[in-house]
Design a protein around this ligand. Sequence first.
Ligand code: 13P
Length: 342
Amino acid sequence: MNVQKLIETTKILVADNKGLLAMDESNPTCNKRFAKLSIPQTEESRRAYRELIITTPSLNEYISGAILYDETIRQHKKDGTPFVKAITDTGIILGIKVDIGAKEMAGHSGEKITEGLDGLRDRLKEYFQMGARFAKWRAVITIDDRFPSRDCIEANSQALARYAALCQEVGLVPIVEPEVLMDGEHTIERCYKVTEEVLHTVFNHLYTQRVILEGIILKPNMILSGLNCSAQASVDEVANDTVNCLLRNVPAAVSGIAFLSGGQSSELASARLNAMNLRFKSRSPWALTFSFGRAIQQPALDIWQGKEANVAKAQQALLHRAKCNWAARQGEYKTAMEVYDR
Ligand code: 13P
């Protein structure tokens, strides 16, 4: 393991106010999003959509790394250029989702455990040889009256730590993503408490598995009121609770924190990230950045609709979201930015 190189990659991924673009939806998830817009759910549609994303002009000004799915990392542009080359030629660092999904946890009805550890070492070596320099593993924690159970938090945290250790062994920066879902009627206080327990457990396991904290990026949820909670916290409350929860539970050695968007609207995700940086940037030990999927892609997907004629406008929308989040990293995002020439 080249520790220095690993840490260097981690630092580049969070440098220059850039963030990560999650475009690693599994085929079933991607198809589900296509189905909502009546876009054909075929390999060619998925390829064309991903080509639209990676060929967006100037994307590298705001995006440092892109997370791909196994199908995507093997695909080519229409002109035959491998996606891997098209991405790395722009200076964007190649990432890859390596878990194989969150499955029902045995004996724990309603809870999920993420799978993919078997054979992971060999898969990671292959991805590294293909050009990937970082990886992602997502654990899913659900809040309900009875959840999450201690067992679910423990099992998912241990898997995240074992994945992270394997990544570092081959020279891939692990993105450690324990996502506490926003679905539900729970209050923001409940989300804080659950996230606190999850982070505490994850870092305990990362320590036990001898993971180098300077060589990881944490990808947490923001601390939010449940989607169906009658009391919705303000942008500033979200920013305060999120950063305070992280300050209490994430070691300062970690190089960067890159939030998932988790189903928030694009504008709210930008506004909340902005408030965090506005209030805490000067005293935060880590970069507070983004690794959004839907909050960057959704407007572009809505415009594209699977039609070649809409590609340029969709790319404009994608770039706009990337730029808004780049501004949010600096505390300079304003809702007025949302009015632009479409
Ligand atoms: P969202 O931002 O859409 O939650 O996606 C981020 C991600 O990578 C989930 O694993």
